[in-house]
Design a protein around this ligand. Structure first.
Ligand SMILES: [Zn+2]
Length: 705
């Protein structure tokens, strides 16, 4: 359990019982952090960065920890370890030691930052076994600096060289933890043909993933044990992130990971939606359940086109930190290099200070105990890593489409990891959504079956459960009996037009569709056998051009475009089309409405927090150390779907209605951004209040009597 030291310090002495103090003392420091800072050090910094100014800056942001570079590529202290090249401008200076001492003098924890991913050409000959190889056995040079080569995580570089550096740092400095940048790999699993890797199963297969996970777990435990050789409260943590496309099995890491850091620093001018930082927070919460998660906000120019030493739009950095905090993570503010003392571009510094000091004024409201959502979205890591979509490489589009529909419908939801479908974890959810969760094991299907039998509701789309956990295609759905569906053919695609859905009868999921017999179907579908009394049926695709030919050849079939079922309290919906992906690619508002109506039907109108008002808003609601908190992120912005945010466009009154999960009597509701109290009304377990305005972000802190 998280306990905020400052919160208890604020209480009168008499209220500070011995038991509370004892409980607080058992919580390690890294579970109480609220703010982290980093200037990523360059090899020029030993002569460029003003260490006192650096430490003063981070102290002024009230950070709990800073990252100081040890690295494995370049040494920032006079190391004695062979093939650990000293930074070019280090000379005889102990730059790491100076930074470490300056931070400690100001009461800031120090994390030693390492980078095990690259080594110099001078190590190729004495240590060829350290390096990644291509298919032809060649070393793999770094794309930007050709005298650096990629190392391989299955070699002694990771079990001998990196541990030697960690132990040397432990032996010399008062560090509080060790962090590895660039490992585990982000976004893609390694493909290597070195001697060790040739003995592994083929890259890109579930069998390879098992070995990758074993190795990741082994190295994590090894590094954590080294961190703890220094002090029992020290820890090791790695770079995770990657959102739903993380490479290691996050659920396996749960037992060894006490700090989930996300290298999810920001977007560029591409079409990445604004919410990917909040989405990352949902991934963290599904695994960490309240333990420390951090997200790095790059205050420099992030994106495919980069300027590492120039600031990004401050509004873009701010909405990233808003999402970090709202989704339950801790912000880690980041810039690269300290030329001329503390950077030639200093525009990022004041906004970071202002934001972190705002957080510090309200710390007690950001210690979250649990979310109070009753809707879960299953995240399938196996599907994201191994499923081959008929539409090409677009697995993430399923989540993007569903996410957007859930935001439009203002639903409160959690992510639920595919390996966490046990009764204990699912009991809080009235409904679960499976956005084309194609790979599901027999056990996972069994857990979902049990969830439905106990009254839970379920929505699935397209190829959900058509593959087992080894990516082997099943003859029929693993969840066939649960949804009452059977595969009746192979995946079908468009032909000019995508398929249409004919309305056969009225139903709650069709609310709002009047004056039409037809709805858009989806681009792809997996045909299923006819069902009794269908609500929507498939009209197969036909040419879109020439328009002379654009009319339905087969105007009516009995192939279902949706299968609905009620089973006691449980409600079930299966869409044979990839409707959430199609919604994302087409932008079609009917498909978003159909998804929203479907979720409303599953939940029977039972929402834990309802927020009414204009605008596109993402909502989080938490039970906190101090009571409850409702977080509203305002995405109403022309840069919602393409970075960067230039400015914010405030939205007016948002009416919040909340079912309090406990029999709490509320004393006050305080807006943390506006820093003002607002009126509220409580009727038994329902709390209502109006947030008059949201610029980028508002937090309604709800404080019980
Ligand atoms: Zn290898």
């Amino acid at each position: 359990m998280r306990i905020d030291r400052r919160h208890f310090m604020a209480l009168p002495g008499a209220a500070l019982g011995a038991s509370l103090l004892a409980a607080e003392n058992t919580v390690p420091w890294h579970q109480k952090i609220r703010r982290v800072g980093q200037i990523n050090m360059t090899e020029h910094d030993p002569v460029a960065l003003n260490v006192e100014e650096w430490a003063d800056y981070w102290a002024s942001l009230k950070v709990d920890a800073v990252l100081v570079s040890v690295t494995g590529i370049l040494a920032f202290y006079p190391t004695k370890i062979p093939y650990f090249r000293r930074a070019k401008y280090l000379g005889d200076r102990d730059f790491f030691g100076d930074c470490c001492a300056a931070a400690k003098k100001r009461g800031i924890h120090v994390i030693a930052r390492m980078s095990p991913d690259l080594q110099w050409e001078e190590a190729l000959q004495p240590h060829p076994e350290w390096f990644e190889r291509d298919r032809d056995g060649n070393f793999v040079p770094h794309t930007e600096e050709p005298t650096l080569y990629r190392t391989c995580m299955y070699t002694t570089y990771f079990t001998e060289q990196i541990p030697a550096i960690m132990r040397e740092v432990n032996s010399r400095y008062d560090v509080d933890g060790i962090f590895t940048n660039a490992w585990p790999p982000l976004g893609r699993l390694p493909v290597c043909y070195c001697e060790q890797c040739r003995r592994l199963p083929a890259a890109g297969t579930p069998a390879y993933w098992d070995r990758f996970n074993e190795r990741t777990l082994y190295l994590w435990k090894l590094y954590d044990s080294i961190a703890k050789e220094k002090k029992p409260d020290n820890l090791y943590f790695a770079n995770l992130g990657g959102g739903i496309r993380a490479t290691p099995n996050l659920k396996l890491l749960e037992k060894v990971c006490y700090w989930f850091n996300c290298d999810n620093q920001g977007r560029g001018g591409d079409d990445t939606p604004m919410w990917v930082c909040a989405e990352q927070g949902r991934v963290c919460q599904s695994i960490m359940k309240g333990r420390t998660s951090t997200n790095v906000t790059g205050a420099y120019s992030t994106g495919a086109i980069r300027w590492r030493n120039v600031s990004k739009s401050p509004a873009e950095a701010q909405i990233w930190m808003d999402q970090t905090v709202a989704s339950g993570m801790v912000p880690w503010y980041h810039f690269v290099g300290g030329e001329h003392g503390l950077g030639e571009d200093r525009r990022w510094q004041a906004p970071g200070r202002k934001y972190f000091n705002w957080i510090a004024r309200h710390d007690k409201h950001f210690f979250n105990k649990r979310t109070i959502a009753n809707l879960g979205v299953v995240i399938g890591q196996r599907t994201n890593l191994f499923y081959k979509s008929p539409a090409g490489n677009s697995v993430a589009d399923h989540m993007n489409g569903l996410y957007y529909a859930l935001l439009e419908g203002r639903f409160l939801f959690d992510f639920v990891h595919e390996d966490d479908l046990g009764e204990e974890n699912l009991k809080k959810y009235s409904a679960l959504l499976l956005p084309n969760t194609a790979l599901l094991s027999d056990r996972q299907c069994g857990q979902l079956r049990a969830y439905v039998e106990s009254g839970g509701s379920l929505l699935a789309t397209f190829e959900a459960s058509m593959y087992d956990e080894r990516n082997r295609r099943r003859p029929d759905f693993g969840l066939a009996d649960v949804f009452g569906i059977h595969r009746a053919g192979d995946v079908k695609g468009p032909n000019g037009n995508s398929f249409y859905a004919r309305i056969e009868r009225q139903h709650d999921i069709l609310n709002g569709f009047t004056d039409t017999n037809l709805l858009p179907g989806a681009v792809y579908r997996l045909p299923v056998s006819p069902v009794d009394d269908p609500v929507l049926t498939v009209i197969p695709p036909y040419p879109a051009y020439p328009p002379e030919l654009s009319y339905p050849r087969v105007p009516k079939t009995n192939e279902p475009a949706v299968v609905l079922r009620e089973n006691g309290r449980s409600r079930l919906i299966y869409f044979p089309g990839d409707i959430e992906r199609t919604m994302w690619r087409s932008g079609h508002t009917d498909l978003s409405r159909l998804l929203q109506n479907s979720v409303h039907w599953l939940l029977r109108g039972n929402t834990t927090v309802a927020v009414e008002g204009e605008g596109i808003v993402e909502t989080f609601a938490w039970e906190t150390q101090a009571g409850f908190a409702v977080h509203l992120l305002n995405y109403t912005n022309p840069n919602l779907h393409r970075g960067w945010v230039r400015r914010f466009y405030p939205i007016s009154a948002q009416r919040v209605r909340m079912k309090l999960p406990a029999a709490a009597q509320i004393a006050k509701v305080e807006l943390l951004r506006a820093e003002t109290e607002i009126p509220f009304r409580q009727t038994s377990a329902t709390l209502e209040f109006i947030v008059p305005k949201v610029s980028d972000y508002e937090v309604a802190a709800i404080i019980p009597k």
